[in-house]
Design a protein around this ligand. Structure first.
Ligand SMILES: Cc1cc2nc3c(=O)[nH]c(=O)nc-3n(C[C@H](O)[C@H](O)[C@H](O)COP(=O)(O)O)c2cc1C
Length: 387
């Protein structure tokens, strides 16, 4: 058993143990990957403020996210094709999250369906909705989420059209993978991955196949998904969806103060300041740079969370100090899953929790809810003067 000390260790194992097309799908951004890179490098520009001789006993990282008790303010972000990183990946990640006491979000584009996750976990989870042109499908999936006791709907706003990731085109990404000489050789090396995949029946988009009328089988599925993301999505449509759902709503993919204000107007329980992990608009600012201005504009009206670029507990702390009430992680837990399945997701959460807890203590605080701007050092020009 390798010694895992950080998310990077999990990333290395993920690369080793998962077919290239799925590892690449995870570890890539759109076009030049500038935003993808800056999501992490901008965190490095912020420093934590060390404080000493402060009682650091009885610490707690417990808090709430939209009223839900959490072991730390970190939720698992929706990630498509998670069940291709490891067989039954969504179920494994949801179980790890449940045991750890943090929320799990299931993507519309998941391999395991809403019902699969429901049957294999007890804790309520969140469901992320991509708004599709097929209204009947959208109505139906909202109802399925309600039936499964999903306790918050995450509506993703930054993917009406798909950002291009070069590697996916070059690798011929698909689920299940197409059998070519190259992919067979690649998968042949990943023995554990292959054995587990052979043992599961969950190898395609189970939220969709058999539920959308014109995607009843594999051959019609790719045509259906290619044309389904709703390009007309606007605030009035979001308001209607919110009404249909009738429960808690998280709006994900906000990167601009004006949009944050609109999100608050429509009404939401939280917004996620996010650029989709650098997978959509290449050239957009990193989430952490934008966060302070959005917190200032709407932080007293809704919970502001952040994702994109978090790879450590120190990053979580920095986001909290700049005003986020919580964060979502994507790749950090996918690396864990690809490395070691459910145990790997647990390990990713443990790593981040330990880093968060110890860094909090070394900053001279005992309660995660007390973090504020005072605890970080941010260069004068960090947010930048962008005209
Ligand atoms: C492989 C991959 C697939 C993703 N699929 C989805 C998705 O289906 N729905 C969604 O709203 N966001 C999706 N995202 C974006 C994540 O929810 C999240 O915003 C992003 O991963 C955060 O950045 P990080 O990976 O640097 O933590 C995906 C991200 C990755 C890396």
């Amino acid at each position: 058993m390798p010694v895992i000390t950080c998310i990077d260790d999990l990333k290395r194992l993920h690369k080793l143990r998962t077919p290239k097309m799925f590892y690449d799908y995870c570890e890539s951004g759109s076009w030049t990957e500038q935003t993808f890179r800056e999501n992490t490098s901008d965190f490095d520009k912020i420093r934590l403020r060390q404080r000493v001789a402060v009682d650091m006993s009885n610490r707690t990282t417990k808090t709430t996210m939209i009223g839900r008790d959490v072991a730390m303010p970190v939720a698992l972000a929706p990630v498509g094709l998670t069940g291709m990183q490891r067989a039954d990946g969504e179920i494994k990640a949801a179980r790890a999250a449940e045991k750890f006491g943090v929320p799990f979000t299931l993507s519309t584009m998941s391999i395991c369906s809403i019902e699969d996750v429901r049957e294999n976990t007890k804790a309520p989870f969140w469901f992320q909705l991509y708004v599709m042109r097929d209204e009947e499908f959208v109505d139906n999936i909202i109802q399925r989420a309600k039936n499964a006791g999903v306790d918050a709907l995450v509506i993703t706003l930054d993917l009406q059209i798909l950002g291009q990731r070069h590697k996916d085109l070059k690798n011929g990404l698909s689920a299940p993978p197409k059998l070519t000489a190259k992919s067979i050789i690649d998968m042949g090396w990943r023995v554990q991955w292959g054995l587990e995949m052979l043992q599961t029946k969950r190898r395609t988009f189970r939220n969709i196949v058999g539920h959308a009328k014109s995607a009843s089988d594999m051959s019609s599925l790719s045509a259906w998904t290619a044309e389904q993301f709703e390009p007309r999505l606007d605030w009035s449509m979001i308001a209607r969806l919110k009404e249909k759902w009738g429960g808690k709503v998280i709006l994900k993919g906000v990167l601009d103060v004006e949009d944050a204000k609109k999100a608050v107007e429509v009404g939401c329980d939280a917004i996620v300041v996010s650029n989709h992990g650098g997978r959509q608009l290449d050239g957009a600012l990193s989430s952490i740079r934008v966060l302070p201005s959005i917190v200032e504009a709407v932080g007293d009206q809704t919970e502001v969370w952040l994702d994109s670029g978090i790879r450590s507990g120190q990053d979580v702390l920095k986001a909290l100090c700049l005003g986020a009430k919580g964060v979502m992680i994507g790749r950090a837990y996918i690396h864990g899953l690809g490395a070691m399945g459910e145990a790997g997701v647990t390990k990713a959460l443990e790593v981040i929790h330990k880093e968060l807890d110890i860094s909090m203590a070394l900053c001279g605080r005992r309660d995660i809810n007390t973090f504020d701007r005072d605890m970080v050092l941010v260069p004068d020009d960090f947010e930048g003067r962008w005209a």
